[in-house]
Ligand binder design. Structure first.
Ligand code: ATP
Length: 276
């Protein structure tokens, strides 16, 4: 199975701070990988480098066999990258244009990436809106008239409109209440079955990681401290830090044991997503 995303020895420095330190991983076609780790461990910085919002200090990123370690200016090349990798952030409010309905937002991506005529775009807009479960009203109103879960569906449909091989989900369901979260997770699993898309999932929530990914890497202070099959790592963590992460998940009857509050709190980095 060919790798759709490869990251090799990735490093990002912000002045004296090494936010990401020698991180490597690969995702095969149709496979999904999770990055877990406490706040400030470098997860979002990796995502931002992959989609080109940050430039790596060193290391290599390639998607679908194409190098993307350095930024590109030409619109055509940027669009090509957008058909390889898209991202959905935690808060779609920051990435959706407040003036645009779901239909307009999805249509714009179809026009930019596929250049289809209006009739074909209309048909595809309806398909994508249906796929993520937006009803007729929800398709035609601006984001402020939608709930958080509905906005997240718009963001997912818009990202899927580019038909990317990889979708990065950066805490994309974290802000949703549990029943909506379950619906969106089921939706993501169905989309993967239907399209063969790969997910790079960034999450604090180990239950979400378990549900959506086969592989996981555990990060601490910019470095990978443990990696492997999701079930194995979560059920039988080898590294003390992974055990600590597991212990820090609130469960019924949970009692705090050790604290990880000594870890630095990271920036959220929720910049608007450019249409690529
Ligand atoms: N633009 C920036 N300038 C300087 N430092 C930054 C910048 N972006 C991130 N950092 C720092 O890099 C480190 C990693 O941040 P990052 O947002 O990647 O962490 P994270 O694991 O995604 O955290 P969280 O789970 O809280 O989102 C943090 O110490 C953060 O303060």
């Amino acid at each position: 199975m060919p790798d759709v995303l490869e990251v090799e020895n990735l490093r990002k420095e912000y002045g004296d701070l090494v936010a990401v330190d020698g991180v490597s991983f690969a995702i095969g076609e149709g496979q999904s990988l999770a990055i877990v780790g406490e706040s400030g461990s470098g997860k979002t910085t990796i995502a931002r480098m992959i989609i080109g919002l940050e430039r790596p200090t060193s290391g290599r990123i390639s998607a679908c066999g194409n190098d993307r370690s350095a930024p590109v200016r030409a619109a055509g090349k940027r669009r090509k990258r957008g058909r390889e990798v898209q991202i959905v952030f935690q808060d779609p409010y920051t990435s959706l244009d407040p003036r645009h309905s779901a239909e307009t937002a999805i249509d714009e991506v179809l026009r930019i990436h596929h250049g289809w005529d209006a009739a074909r775009r209309r048909e595809r807009v309806a398909e994508l809106a249906g796929l993520v479960g937006l009803d007729t009203r929800q398709r035609s109103v601006p984001p402020k008239s939608l709930s958080g879960g509905q906005r997240q569906r718009v963001a997912i449909a818009r990202a899927l409109a580019a038909e990317p091989k990889v979708l990065i989900l950066d805490e994309s369901v974290a802000a949703l209440d549990v029943s909506i979260q379950a619906q969106v997770l089921n939706l993501l699993a169905d989309i993967r079955d239907a399209t063969g898309i790969s997910y790079l999932l960034i999450s604090h929530d180990l239950a979400v990681v378990r549900q959506l990914t086969e592989q996981v890497i555990v990060m601490r202070k910019g470095s990978v401290v443990e990696r492997g099959a999701t079930g194995t790592v979560l059920d039988d963590p080898q590294h003390a830090y992974t055990r600590l992460l597991r212990e820090s998940v609130p469960r019924p009857g949970w009692q705090p044991q050790r604290r990880i509050s000594a870890l630095p709190v990271g920036d959220r980095g929720a910049a608007p997503v450019p249409v690529r």
